[in-house]
Design a protein around this ligand. Structure first.
Ligand SMILES: C[S@@+](CC[C@H](N)C(=O)[O-])C[C@H]1O[C@@H](n2cnc3c(N)ncnc32)[C@H](O)[C@@H]1O
Length: 311
């Protein structure tokens, strides 16, 4: 299967990283190597890019795409949350920039065997890291109904989460739910007629929610942003592209907290909490795609880029 993922917000992202040709950069979500190749192309022979992905197939695709850059690029299969051990292992202390382009790649979605998509039939899997122990099958067949309902409501922002969780619980009593299409059909039946109108495929939100749970995407993001900020050189930048309102909230709140961590009451004349700013947010609002990109790349619709610069 060929890896056909168009990188979102390419110019905005690369521009926001302020690339220094001799610098060291990390792409924590290398995917098909789209953004990585744009970064690597701006580096000199002294510069370096560490391209990380937890997905074996993405690592293969990124390796292929980036092979022309030789020693400038190191490709590492790991979870980006392990940024400290990854950089320590390469004897790198601080870096000039880090990029995260969150979520799934088109390749992961398009391959039915990966079980991410409600469109094509495949096993219920959805693990980006296929060595992980919990798959979508375990979530769908093993989680209590109330927990499923919470996940679908919170991560999928699904109004009919309770009905969907109940339908899943009822169906799995007779036989385990093993395939993506069977899950889709159960979800479609659980949503009342009026809930199906004009909101894309009714299963889309529940599939997204289960994927976020399987890969613990919000926990991993929340645990990583401070670690990454601490590994930046002064003037270095952390750029994060998110696709989900909960992800964007984590990014926005972490960046704001790191810009102004003071917790003193507003009427205190001077700061006594001692918390020091780590840098500044670049721009108040998230950067979103322009019209041309929206026409060419449907994934760009929900993409939001936020950037933090280390002091
Ligand atoms: C949207 S794609 C990135 C596409 C890439 N920027 C490009 O231009 O080709 C997201 C990638 O991040 C990877 N990923 C998601 N969460 C990760 C994590 N916590 N650690 C490492 N890789 C992760 C996924 O496996 C997927 O390949």
């Amino acid at each position: 299967m060929t890896f056909s993922h168009i990188p979102v917000l390419p110019e905005e992202t690369i521009g926001s990283l302020n690339i220094v040709p001799d610098g060291i950069y990390v792409d924590g979500t290398a995917g098909g190597g789209g953004h990585s190749s744009l970064i690597a192309a701006r580096l000199s022979d002294k510069g370096r890019l560490i391209a990380i992905d937890q997905d074996e197939e993405a690592i293969r695709a990124a390796g292929e795409k980036l092979k022309g850059f030789g020693d400038r690029v190191s490709i590492i299969r790991d979870n980006y949350s392990n940024i400290d051990s990854i950089l320590d292992g390469l004897a790198i202390d601080k870096v000039n920039g880090i990029l995260l382009d969150l979520g799934v790649s088109s390749h992961q979605l398009d391959d039915p065997e990966r079980g991410f998509s409600y469109m094509n039939d495949g096993p219920l899997d959805m693990r980006m890291d296929r060595s992980a122990s919990v798959s979508a099958y375990d979530v769908v067949n093993g989680y209590p109904e109330e927990e499923l309902s919470r996940i679908i409501k919170e991560y999928g922002e699904e109004r009919y989460a309770r009905q969907i969780a109940r339908a899943i619980a009822r169906e799995r009593e007779s036989e385990d739910i093993k395939s993506t299409v069977r899950l889709r059909e159960i979800i479609e039946r659980a949503i009342p007629g009026k809930g199906k109108a004009g909101r894309g495929n009714p299963a889309m939100r529940s599939f997204q929610a289960i994927r976020i749970e399987v890969n613990r995407e919000l926990d991993v993001l929340g645990a990583s942003l401070d670690l990454m900020t601490d590994r930046l050189l002064s003037g270095g930048r952390l750029a994060v592209i998110s696709f989900h309102s909960l992800e964007d909230r984590i990014v926005k709140e972490t960046f704001r907290k790191n810009e102004n961590p003071c917790i003193c009451p507003p009427d205190f004349p001077v700061c006594v909490c001692g918390r020091k700013s780590k840098g500044r947010c670049i721009g108040r609002k998230a950067i979103t795609a322009g019209e041309k990109e929206l026409e060419e790349n449907p994934r760009a619709h929900s993409a939001r880029l936020r950037v933090f610069e280390k002091a």
